[in-house]
Design a protein around this ligand. Structure first.
Ligand SMILES: [Zn+2]
Length: 316
């Protein structure tokens, strides 16, 4: 699999309010900002781009090259920056073992949705800025000695929102896993269902979970990996029904945003509410795994979860 060049993603996730529909990564109109080419007001011409990134947690300036080599984890404080789907896949699977599925699948603007910008325009802008066709990449690859059906979401594409394409690609992935007798691993990051597709996006919750139910009937394991942030319709469907649910450190995980919950319940929320650490303490997730240990730990879990199946399989 080709590794695309790493793009800087400092999208300010801390401000994300995970309502049913995710806010777009940029704070203003929701349109991906097109790079301005050499306007007189562009300060970026003077500061060389892509050299340093300031860590939002410890405020250190980190060399981008060092950050990339460290899988986008701050070497000083361990803060996990956002990582693109392709980089993530590259960090998990064995070299050249990943075969992508449904790479060309794109959304149809079925509702002809128009807000500040039309859905069609948004899709085109994000396809251009991210190089992705939609918010998930799926395929079959090998982690250690285990072949797995792997789906990885990308927050940079419309806030990792789940529309028909995300739902359909994941469903086909899970079904392929069932057919081929493979474990499924889905790495989630999402602001929730994609409002531009209305009911069609909500339908994906049921569809993906139904496919997972058939997968489970075949006694095959499903590992859900939650990364920052995983919220709303995605957390309320496939992300929370793993046989094992693991998360990256510090990931924000929840359904509605803290402000909505606070307003609804009229109660003070406990400290650390909706973080991976809080949810581990309260039993919603099974483990917190740092990104650099993810591949090794997944291999260990796959070995453990498939042991019985291997022993009962007829000798080849
Ligand atoms: Zn840091």
């Amino acid at each position: 699999m080709a590794t695309t060049s790493f793009t800087k993603k400092t999208l300010g996730f801390e401000t994300v309010e995970p309502a049913v529909t995710p806010p777009p990564p940029s704070a203003d109109t929701g349109f991906a900002r097109r790079p301005k080419l050499g306007g007189p007001k562009s300060r970026k011409r003077e500061i060389p781009e892509g050299l340093w990134t300031k860590c939002p947690k410890c405020s250190s300036m980190v060399f981008d090259k060092e950050l990339d080599e460290n899988l986008k984890v701050c070497p000083k404080c361990g803060n996990h920056f956002a990582i693109g789907a392709r980089e993530r896949i590259h960090s998990l699977v064995e070299t050249c073992s990943f075969e992508e599925m449904d790479a060309g699948m794109i959304s149809v603007d079925i509702l002809e949705f128009t807000g500040v910008a039309s859905y069609k325009e948004k899709l085109e802008a994000y396809q251009k800025s991210t190089g992705l066709k939609d918010a998930v990449i799926t395929g079959i690859g090998r982690i250690g000695e285990f072949r797995v059906a792997l789906g990885v979401m990308d927050f940079a594409f419309l806030g990792g929102s789940m529309g028909s394409v995300v739902g359909e690609k994941l469903t086909r992935l899970i079904e392929a896993g069932t057919d081929k007798g493979l474990p499924v691993i889905i790495v989630s990051t999402s602001g929730g269902a994609r409002m531009y597709e209305g009911m069609f996006s909500l339908m994906q919750m049921a569809k993906t979970c139904a496919a997972l139910a058939y997968h489970a009937k075949s006694k095959l394991p499903y590992i859900s990996v939650l990364t920052h942030p995983t919220t709303a319709g995605v957390m309320a469907s496939y992300a929370s029904v793993g046989d094992l649910i693991i998360a990256e450190p510090g990931a924000m995980i929840g359904f509605a945003g803290p402000r909505v919950i606070k307003d609804t319940t009229q109660a003070e929320l406990p400290p650390g509410f909706q973080t991976a650490e809080f949810l581990l303490d309260h039993g919603l997730i099974d483990a917190i795994v740092p990104r650099k240990e993810m591949k090794e730990r997944l291999t260990f879990y796959l070995d453990f979860l498939t042991e019985a199946k291997r022993q009962t399989a007829p000798a080849a």
